[in-house]
Design a protein around this ligand. Structure first.
Ligand code: FAD
Ligand code: NAG
Ligand code: NAG
Ligand code: NAG
Length: 509
């Protein structure tokens, strides 16, 4: 059947096949490249559209740079080091994904899956090629056993949370239900995966179990997930309680001391789903001293929550607000909804921490005010972010059982500032990020820097071990699996375990 795909006739852009820029000797080429007509160095995007379009299922779409929707389709959260997307293919069916991957292989094009475009590591900036946009693959089906659901690979938070909640369920993630149920990785039952060579495999306890271990923490290095089965849980409460506080800087020490107490080395109350903080210049309150804004969310009654939050209620606030809302709406008062994430060129640094070192937090705060005075244009968007989740569910899972190495870390903190377009503030922004990072790490002199993989920035001072674990067996095991499942390192654009300029080991035969 002929595919109904988007037709654009004026595409004149040329897609540079990567063989042209980095020729591979024929004898080291994988089989699927050897079949390719390697004289075909430059192919126009409209030619690709005409060749690939008919191979795809109806309702699949292909976007070319000349398309009026191009900018929308390629919108990203961070534009500091964006991938160079030459053409976008939007599969309508999971079965289209292996077809696209094989087409790319046959023509020596790089490919990159995209879901919501929040990936912000600078390694994405080394990509040039075909974007496989999973926007249409968003189906969510609760299984008959009512203990799990099948999500397509393009499903995303708001739809997942809303759909499940309406039907009486919740699931987990590095988020508000982590204290009860752990990470997303901890809830995976089954993954349908397209490997680099275009083959389709099942990944679960009895099928490619070795890869299941790696996909739980490093999956973006190994394949494209077209759908996955995840555990779900009956919702136990109808509303979440939130309480937000604005504090002046003189309360900083007390606030962090109380945060450490409530966090209690990982024993924080599991129903206190999240405590987020932001330190920023609130122009209407002060132009010289950043303020502290903290928001807490609790799965249950206001009275229970307020009991736990009593120490914070005793810290005199500039203003406070509280309320009770259904779970899908908790993102709005906590400032984590769609409206709160604008796209810009962000300079970022991130850390995982066990506890807050009060001295270090004060130093990072003082640095913030100093830099805000020096760079007023950066001051408007600069923020220190603090994320505290209940961690009991996450910490209940054995460390060696998944590729996620940081189960002993309790807090996530990061600095971000948007570099204004056309400004020369990129270097000061990056230095500010680095200096904050240094202070955070100096505050835990007996520990090594740790980075949450999805917050990895690509900053050169961020070691791979800080992301995938310092125990040498972890990276060894990951690289062994890489050799087995992606020997040509096609998946190397998001926090790669084998960097683009390292020569991957090849398996012959
Ligand atoms: C403002 C902000 C807040 C955040 N808050 C949280 C948070 O609370 N908790 C948390 O855990 N994380 C959080 N993150 C981090 C977030 O999890 C990562 O940025 C994540 O990579 C975003 O996924 P995405 O689909 O939007 O990004 P994308 O850029 O679309 O994808 C990220 C990477 O995953 C790959 N990928 C996407 N879909 C698939 C697939 N189906 N199969 C295989 N590979 C795929 C892409 O190729 C890309 O390399 C936050 C990020 C931002 C910017
Ligand atoms: C694992 O995958 C195999 C092959 O697709 C399948 O037969 C089996 O049911 C799967 N197991 C689980 C637990 O999903
Ligand atoms: C500044 O603080 C006030 C509360 O005192 C708040 O209402 C307002 O939204 C804040 N402004 C910004 C930009 O965060
Ligand atoms: C806290 O941070 C300061 C400043 O970096 C450091 O000197 C001190 O050793 C840290 N304290 C602890 C307990 O790690």
């Amino acid at each position: 059947m002929a595919a109904i795909y988007r037709r654009i006739f004026c595409g004149i852009a040329l897609l540079q096949a990567f063989v042209a820029s980095s020729p591979l000797p024929l004898d080291t080429m994988p089989r699927y490249f050897q079949n390719t007509p390697i004289t075909r160095r430059q192919v126009s995007v409209s030619q690709i559209e005409h060749e690939l379009g008919p191979l795809l299922s109806p309702n699949s779409a292909i976007f070319l740079p000349s398309d009026p929707e191009w900018a929308n389709v390629n919108e990203r959260w961070n534009t500091l080091a964006p991938p160079d997307i030459e053409i976008v293919v939007q599969p309508a069916e999971e079965s289209d994904v292996p077809i696209i991957v094989r087409y790319c292989n046959d023509n020596s094009f790089e490919f990159l899956a995209v879901n919501r475009g929040h990936g912000f590591t600078t390694s994405l900036g080394t990509f040039k090629g075909v974007q496989i946009d999973l926007k249409q693959l968003t189906a969510i089906n609760i299984e008959k056993d009512r203990k799990s659901a099948l999500f397509q690979g393009g499903a995303w938070a708001r739809e997942v949370i809303g759909t499940l909640w309406d039907r009486g369920y919740v699931t987990s993630g590095h988020g508000r239900y982590e204290g009860l149920y752990g990470l997303v990785a901890d809830n995976i039952i089954h993954l349908n995966v397209v490997l680099a060579d275009g083959s389709v495999i099942s990944v679960n306890k009895t099928s490619h179990n070795d890869l299941l271990w790696a996909m739980k923490g490093a999956g973006h290095n190994f394949g494209i997930v077209t759908s996955f089965k995840l555990k779900i849980y009956p919702k136990k409460v109808e509303t979440w309680h939130y309480h937000n506080y604005f504090w002046t800087q003189d309360k900083l020490e007390t606030v962090f001391e109380e945060l450490n107490k409530i966090q209690d080395h990982g024993k924080s109350p599991v129903l206190l789903g999240s405590s987020y903080g932001q330190i920023y210049m609130n122009q209407s309150l002060s132009k010289t001293e950043a303020i502290l804004w903290w928001t807490f969310a609790y799965a249950g009654a206001a009275s229970e929550a307020e009991n736990i939050l009593r120490p914070f209620n005793q810290i005199e606030a500039i203003s406070e607000e509280m309320g009770d809302v259904p779970y899908p709406d908790i993102v709005t008062p906590q400032n984590t909804d769609i409206a709160s994430c604008g796209s810009a060129a962000y300079a970022i640094s991130t850390v995982l921490l066990q506890t807050y070192n009060i001295t270090a937090q004060r130093q990072i705060y003082d640095l913030f005010n100093r830099n805000a005075a020096l760079y007023p244009e950066l001051a408007e968007t600069s923020r220190l972010y603090y994320e505290g989740y209940a961690v009991k569910g996450m910490q209940a899972v054995a460390s060696a059982s998944t590729a996620y190495p940081h189960r002993d870390e309790n807090h996530l903190a990061f600095f971000a500032t948007a570099v204004p377009k056309g400004s020369d503030l990129s270097d000061p922004a990056k230095t500010w990020a680095k200096d904050s990072w240094d202070l955070w790490n100096a505050g835990q002199p007996t520990r090594k820097p740790a980075t949450y993989v999805n917050y990895a920035t690509g900053n050169q001072y961020e070691l791979l071990e800080s992301i995938y674990g310092y125990e040498s067996w972890r990276l060894e095991r990951l690289r062994g699996l890489k050799n087995k499942y992606d020997p040509n390192n096609r998946f190397r654009f998001f926090v790669p375990i084998v960097a683009a300029d390292e020569e991957p080991k090849r398996i012959h035969g």
